[in-house]
Write a new protein. Structure first.
Length: 237
């Protein structure tokens, strides 16, 4: 069974994480899941009853490969991660909004934030699992699903790049206003989690604070099979 005993969220230093997010737009959490937990989560992928929707990326021009959105109630591990990671990140999300001159402030608990999403018609759960085979990739994108957007999200690499697949690297781009985009490859090991900016984050320049625009995606898999778990904190309309 997948439970919170299988991840190491309690060890996270949220302020150190904020430093990394402020300087790069992403932050690594090493070994959030152990290999056994990764295998247990991967084993959920064929269990159709757990999911509300399956998306074949090629049909939408999103890339190649597929993903499935979990349905409510989310599996315990996913629900607990979403709740606890939100609580760790919410002070930073509010600081980011303040710096960017955005009026929205996020409530302390994920439960309250989800109530806000649902009241605005964003009722569909967004946590998802993705599956890629050789030749698959995920085009650069932003996971915006409506008016309400929590500015940070998380992905966990469930497969082992040393054994299960090659290629298939997580890529992020950062674009300054009116500038070309800077790409960054973020190497992940099995069980590692990455927290990253959904679309915008504040940066300080000589003339004050401006907004950086981010996108993320996955480069083409050369061989094998790659599974990830994505945790997005806002729901979808
Ligand atoms: O498979 C990945 O590494 C990226 C998945 C993704 O786009 C997401 O979790 O939002
Ligand atoms: Fe995404």
């Amino acid at each position: 069974m997948v439970t919170t005993e299988n991840h190491s969220l309690v060890k996270i230093d949220w302020l150190q994480l904020e430093d990394q997010l402020n300087s790069r737009g992403s932050a690594l959490i090493q070994s959030l899941f152990n290999a056994e937990t990764c295998r247990e989560v991967i084993a959920q992928y064929p269990q159709q009853a757990l999911f509300r929707k399956r998306v074949v990326m090629e049909r939408h021009g999103y890339g190649r490969g597929e993903y499935q959105y979990f349905s409510y109630p989310l599996p315990d591990l996913v629900a607990e991660l979403r709740r606890d990671v939100y609580a760790g990140l919410v002070p930073m999300a509010n600081r980011w909004n303040e710096l960017m001159g955005l009026a929205t402030r996020f409530p302390d608990t994920h439960e309250e934030f989800i109530q806000r999403c649902h009241a605005a018609g964003q009722c569909s759960p967004t946590p998802l699992m993705l599956r890629y085979e050789a030749g698959d990739y995920n085009c650069l994108h932003q996971d915006l699903y409506g008016e309400h957007v929590f500015p940070l999200q998380m992905v966990v690499l469930l497969s082992d790049p040393k054994r299960d697949f090659s290629g298939g690297e997580f890529v992020m781009t950062e674009q300054r206003p009116r500038m070309q985009s800077r790409p960054e490859v973020l190497p992940l090991a099995q069980g590692d989690a990455l927290i990253f900016a959904v679309h915008q984050r504040p940066a300080t320049g000589t003339r004050g604070i401006y907004r950086l625009n981010h996108r993320h995606g996955v480069s083409e898999l050369r061989s094998g099979e790659r599974h990830t778990l994505g945790v997005i904190f806002h729901d979808a309309s």
